[in-house]
Design a protein around this ligand. Structure first.
Ligand code: ZN
Ligand code: ZN
Length: 421
């Protein structure tokens, strides 16, 4: 038999939580009215999921890599590559990528022959969170060539930017230029091995060039005239090499799409050569248009066998330590699931889960399990009747890792090659 079914996984970002006293000891997901999440749980098979591994606090990037079947312990080399992908930079396998800050230094920066910065001190690591003009600053350094290496720089939000180095013989074992503290000079980057020493040399030259290009730049003259600190240097950190990731369609033999709201996850999707549509109305905020996300999922399902969708809103409530916002976001997630359920083909395998826990009481990601439920024609339903962190404990999936989802879904879909004879 060669027919196969399609699958979609809908992810409430940071949706899982811990008991909240203000909610009588329930989690926001348990307290929220989510009839469609409960329906998927009741009609499907449920369990707990460790996004990475038990107790590991997952980032959204590492978790989504794992959920898509790419082992983050193997492919995640630092935030640099994913930061660059997240702001829409094109990166290629082997590129060395950094996160950067626009910062303020005081003094006359010089680079010594042994690669140390002298003469200047960091006054503000974020240049007072500069909000405007960074696009003009990057123009002064983007695309320059140092030795045989091309340097690409792109601004992100506020004082943030990413740097991508492309050229032969580069390594990623490079220390940060950012001293992570004011009142210190920028650190000369140092490399652990010969290839990384080349990277360090290029990075240090680029930092010096940024200072030369930025110090009298019109954007900074304007800032100084307004009594603001100039953003007169670029300070890279978090070096990572762009990993080799087999494109999704090659890996699984079916085309996939990512319907997401954040640049970080969109960047992962693009890097895996999945379709990543623009979704007007998907703001990534608490006010996002989840109906637009649902429509995009359904559109993508027309010509893709697999669609991942991430709704960012629940994570925001967790980071803000606001149970009501998080309950409202859980209800938005319920609306998203309703819209997909109501119009999806009958034979769709639909998984619902979270990419990590973002507890109200912690305000950041933790390593607790998240609930997962999968509904569809080839699923063996269990006795779980509602979708919550504790309700799913009785489910047939028991306890899986994020990395297990794709094998489970491709098995249900009927697209997986047999392992063995
Ligand atoms: Zn997340
Ligand atoms: Zn988060």
């Amino acid at each position: 038999m060669s027919t196969h079914t399609k699958a979609s996984i809908l992810i409430g970002d940071g949706l899982a939580d811990r008991p909240v006293a203000d909610l009588d000891g329930r989690t926001p997901l348990e307290a929220a009215d989510t009839p469609y999440l409960d329906r998927v749980a009741a009609e499907g098979e449920c369990g707990q999921m460790d996004p990475i591994a038990p107790g590991i606090r997952a980032g959204s990037d590492t978790s989504h890599l794992a959920i898509l079947g790419y082992d983050p312990f193997e492919v995640y080399t630092g935030r640099g590559p994913f930061e660059a992908l997240g702001i829409g930079m094109d990166i290629e396998r082997g590129d060395i990528c950094f996160r950067c800050n626009f910062a303020t230094v005081e003094g006359d920066l010089a680079l010594s022959a042994d690669g140390q910065f002298t003469g200047a001190t960091v006054v503000d690591r974020r240049a007072q969170r500069i909000a405007k003009g960074t696009d003009q600053l990057v123009e002064a350094v983007n695309g320059i060539t140092l030795e045989d290496v091309t340097c690409y720089v792109k601004q992100s939000v506020e004082h943030r930017a990413a740097l991508v180095l492309r050229g032969p013989g580069l390594g990623a074992a490079v220390s940060d230029v950012d001293p992570h503290d004011a009142n210190a000079p920028p650190h000369g980057a140092e490399g652990e091995d010969e290839a990384s020493q080349k990277t360090a040399r290029i990075v240090n030259q680029l930092v010096l060039r940024s200072w030369e290009a930025f110090k009298d730049h019109p954007v900074n003259r304007q800032r100084v005239s307004e009594g603001k600190l100039p953003a007169n240097i670029l300070m890279p950190r978090g070096a990572g090499v762009a990993p080799h990731l087999t494109p999704f369609s090659e890996r699984y033999g079916v085309p996939g799409a990512c319907v997401v709201e954040t640049g970080l996850i969109a960047g992962i999707g693009r890097y895996l050569k999945m379709t990543v549509p623009q979704v007007p109305g998907a703001t990534g905020g608490a006010d996002t248009d989840e109906a637009a996300l649902a429509r995009a999922v359904l559109e993508m399902l027309a010509d893709h066998d697999f669609v991942l969708c991430n709704l960012k809103a629940p994570d925001l409530g967790g980071h803000d330590s606001d149970p009501r916002t998080k309950m409202a976001a859980a209800q938005k997630f319920d609306n998203l699931v309703r819209d997909v359920l109501e119009s999806a083909p009958d034979d769709l395998h639909l998984a619902i889960t979270a990419d990590h826990c973002t507890p109200i009481n912690f305000g950041d990601h933790t390593g607790d399990t998240v609930p997962i439920a999968i509904r569809g024609p080839n699923v063996r339903p269990d006795s779980v009747r509602s979708f919550g962190e504790r309700a799913v404990v009785a489910g047939g999936l028991v306890r899986i890792r994020g990395f297990d989802i794709m094998p489970i879904l491709t098995n249900l879909m009927g697209v997986q090659e047999k392992y063995g004879a």
